[in-house]
Ligand binder design. Structure first.
Ligand code: HAM
Length: 433
């Protein structure tokens, strides 16, 4: 028996009341609208997966943060901390899908992180990925979707898309003889959260000589618009085929982003590396321009993951915005939707004797797609009026015996207070006009 005590919800988990949910639904609908515009099709994935799926390539940090346990059948399972490995498994298993495969989803994820502003233990992401296409066009389309999301949410002046290429950075570092990429990249990934001194110390701890740590610091400080950074990269990128190819893609990408008219949203930033282990090329994150929030969004190209899981060679590129930081930024910028419930119509029955007519009117309007409430509790006129105000009804239909004798009702506009008589036979037309 559980003792009767004050049981609180868990830290890092949220619940949403109807007003909050209405605001969130507007934001989520905008993210859905962008997906549809670019031809991404919706999928749904399991919440629980075999733990091994995340051991393959998500990276140690993420795996340590999972909610993992042994289920009753003795299997090691994990509450999904991200969707990319699941999607890779789905692509591997469904060989006949028409390519390019373009998927989006709205899902919940779980990570046992230390909770802080914008970092929770349960959160939502919208994932957008393109599978089966290695061209720079696919990278550009993914980035266009990211830019369109910022525009759709009125955030294009408050956030930057910060872009890099892992292969190019590795190439540059290798010309300085820096080869222990895994450890070094991990430190670079945390650069944003550290002071300069901490960054240098961590690089030395990861095995670099002090001079090399300083070189890494200098290289990863390179940032600016495509046109500012590309000439500098020309001198830095080594001649190896792989590095040159990565650099050429970046130059091509610049042209495509210009064609999309979104080049101003981008900053090349050589410190963007991404914590997840599966990225193989272009990587990006979206940050607020004031720099006081965590990343809103992260993604990149991951051409090996499906093969690593035992599937056919399938290039892939994608990203995911998370709801928590989006909400913080939208609130800060004053563009978060109103957290108020909405109702189109409240049908007020003046007396019990007209309940049947009131229900009939409510049903007729519901059948026309309006959102309609009517009395459930036998409340008097004043209390029904209070309720209609509390649910922010736009219009009130007052159903009274005297009006009904003339086949009419009174319709009140709740904003202006104006009232008018409307014939019963005209009600649908009145509300649709
Ligand atoms: P990620 O960078 O781990 O990437 O997460 C993407 C976004 O999800 C983050 O930028 C952040 O907004 C949100 N997010 C992550 N962790 C938390 C948390 N603990 N609390 C609140 N929000 C969080 C991925 O997950 C990749 N699978 C994205 C991807 C899709 N790459 C290719 N396709």
């Amino acid at each position: 028996m559980v003792e009767d005590k004050d049981i609180q919800k868990l830290k890092g988990f949220r619940e949403f009341l109807p007003g909050e949910m209405r605001a969130r639904r507007k934001v989520f609908d905008a993210l859905r609208k962008v997906a549809r515009k670019y031809g991404f099709r919706e999928i749904t994935t399991p919440s629980l997966e075999p733990m091994d799926l995340f051991l393959v390539k998500s990276g140690e940090e993420l795996v340590e943060q999972t909610y993992s346990f042994e289920d009753k059948g003795g299997r090691d399972v994990t509450m999904i901390p991200e969707e990319t490995p699941t999607r890779a498994r789905m692509v591997k298993e469904n060989k006949d899908l028409t390519k390019p495969i373009k998927w989006f989803s709205e899902s919940k994820f779980w990570r046992y992180e230390s909770t802080q502003k914008g970092r929770l233990r349960e959160f939502y992401q919208f994932n957008y990925d393109i599978f089966g296409e290695e061209s720079v066009e696919a990278d550009a389309e993914i980035l266009a979707v990211a830019a369109e999301i910022l525009k759709e949410l009125d955030l294009d002046d408050s956030a930057d898309i910060r872009l890099n290429d892992r292969k190019m950075l590795e190439g540059i570092l290798s010309t300085y003889g820096i080869e222990n990429f895994k450890e070094v990249l991990q430190v670079i990934d945390d650069k944003e959260k550290m002071t300069d001194k901490e960054f240098l110390d961590k690089l030395v701890e990861s095995g670099l000589k002090k001079e090399d740590a300083e070189i890494v610091d200098e290289i990863t400080s390179l940032k600016g618009s495509f046109d500012e950074v590309i000439p500098e990269l020309e001198d830095l990128v080594p001649d190896s085929e792989e590095s040159q190819e990565a650099f050429r893609r970046l130059v091509d990408l610049r042209d495509r982003l210009e064609s999309y008219g979104i080049i101003d949203n981008f900053v090349i930033d050589l410190s963007i590396i991404r914590g997840l282990a599966y990225y193989t090329g272009m990587v990006f994150e979206i940050f607020d321009t004031e720099g006081d929030l965590r990343a809103l969004c992260g993604g990149g190209r991951y051409d090996d993951l499906i093969e690593t899981l035992g599937g056919e060679e399938t290039p892939a590129v994608g990203f995911a915005p998370g709801d928590a930081v989006l909400e913080l930024l939208m609130k800060r910028e004053g563009v978060w939707p109103d957290e108020k419930v909405e109702t189109d119509v409240y049908v007020l029955n003046v007396s019990e004797s007209v309940r049947r007519e009131s229900l009939d009117i409510a049903e007729r309007l519901r059948n026309k797609g309006l959102n309609v409430e009517t009395d459930l509790s036998g409340r008097n006129f004043g209390n029904q009026m209070d309720y209609a105000n509390k649910i922010n009804a736009s219009k009130l239909i007052i159903v009274g015996e005297r009006d009904l004798e003339k086949e009419k009702v009174t319709v009140k506009d709740m904003d202006s207070g104006d009232e008018e008589k409307v014939s019963l036979s005209d009600i649908e037309r009145f509300f649709q006009g």
